[in-house]
Design a protein around this ligand. Structure first.
Ligand code: GLA
Length: 392
């Protein structure tokens, strides 16, 4: 709050009195994905949840045409006019904010300048959707500051469009839906065919979700990620042509029978990409079942299978991610692990026994340090509600 008062000093002068009623606080979570990777843009299934690690945003209207932001977690400021918003190739993080502001303008919402601070305990580039947390956090902040009444579904659309059309990462809907619709004690079963979701009680009994951040930054991710999307489109067009069925709308409608029928006609690469999408959707449904039955061991096995598919068929893993998955699986108390998010670096998600947590962290830290000369970050995460206004 002190920081806010310091930063907002300018606005205070302009506005007269800055009272607590004019300040809006938003808590916007990251997300973990239990399973269902690279299925969102193929109209498949996923099973994510919002996590109890957040972007904290605190802001106030400033009666000007400028949006001013100070990101405390990186120690940088940024200012831009809402009358002239363009992509900034030097300050990448600002584009997520600009993209969302543009969406509000495109959709004719009446907004003016505002000043805000961002703080965070959510690491950047680790596969826990810090970018979606920022996008949705800014969208909610604008909604609250300017008394707009925006449907949660529209917030998802604005943020998804900001990332695809302004930032230029052709992501699916997984992250934005998870951050908007997260619910405490629940995983979210997502069907991307129609963007519908329903909540599944998430209770791992004596186990918990442990995310291990390899600290390998996902520099190549946007290029490689977009390439995977193109490959999926290419595969889809081929299946439509080969089967003569124009009704097929996405890769998730292909089954293993049809895939095998054309195995020798399509390229090995497209065959593998499609196989990942088909089998990953099956694993999501199995995980949902296992969760409902309370079969945690089975969920661990499915995580391991998912990793193999992401590594061998979708080819989005890295040496460090494979190492973490392999080494975790050697430790007693670990039920399974896999890379999480886009891949190409970032984090892995694992299911581990609560009682063995410290031992697991010690063993993995020591081995990783010996091999890669650094210690990974460990994030134990619980479920959380989606982004919302909070009163401190
Ligand atoms: C990133 C994207 C998501 C999704 C995952 C992979 O997190 O933002 O849309 O495609 O990768 O499952």
């Amino acid at each position: 709050m002190l920081l806010l008062k310091y930063f907002l000093n300018g606005s205070k002068k302009k506005e007269g009195i800055l009272n607590n009623n004019s300040i809006v606080n938003i808590l916007s979570p990251g997300r973990a994905n239990i399973i269902g990777e690279h299925t969102d843009y193929n109209s498949g299934f996923s099973l994510p949840f919002a996590i109890d690690k957040y972007k904290f945003l605190t802001g106030v209207k400033n009666n000007s045409e400028f949006i001013e932001v100070y990101d405390h977690s990186i120690g940088e400021c940024y200012r831009f006019s809402i009358k002239n918003i363009s992509f900034d190739s030097n300050i990448k993080w600002a584009n997520y904010i600009k993209g969302v502001v543009c969406e509000y303008i495109i959709h004719n919402h009446k907004i003016d300048g505002f000043s805000f601070i961002i703080d965070s305990n959510l690491s950047i580039g680790s596969g826990v959707s810090s970018s979606a947390a920022i996008e949705v956090g800014v969208a909610k902040l604008i909604e609250q500051l300017f008394n707009l009444n925006i449907k949660p579904r529209d917030i998802v659309e604005y943020c998804h469009s900001a990332e695809n059309n302004f930032v230029g990462v052709k992501c699916g809907y997984l992250d934005q839906i998870s951050v908007v619709f997260g619910k405490k004690n629940c995983a979210i079963f997502l069907d991307f065919k129609d963007l519908s979701h329903n909540y599944i009680p998430f209770n791992l009994k004596d186990y918990l979700v442990l995310i291990v951040d390899s600290k390998e930054k996902r520099n190549l991710s946007s290029t490689e990620y977009n390439k995977r999307r193109e490959e999926c489109n290419e595969a889809l067009e081929l299946f439509i042509k080969l089967s003569g069925n124009k009704e097929i709308k996405n890769l998730s409608e292909i089954d293993l029978g049809l895939l095998h029928k054309f195995k020798n006609i399509i390229s090995k690469e497209l065959y593998m990409r499609t196989r990942h999408v088909i089998t990953e959707n099956i694993r999501v449904l199995k995980t949902k079942e296992a969760l409902s039955r309370g079969n945690i061991q089975e969920i661990g096995n499915l995580l391991n299978e998912s990793h193999k598919s992401l590594r061998n068929d979708y080819e989005v893993s890295t040496e460090k991610l494979d190492y973490l998955v392999d080494e975790l699986n050697k430790v007693n108390g670990v039920l399974g692990a896999r890379l999480m998010g886009a891949g190409f670096g970032g984090s892995i998600i694992s299911i581990v026994k609560h009682a063995d947590l410290d031992k697991i962290k010690d063993i993995i830290s020591e081995k990783y340090l010996r091999k890669y000369n650094e210690i990974p970050d460990f994030i134990c995460c619980r479920t959380s509600d989606g982004a919302k206004k909070v009163i401190y």
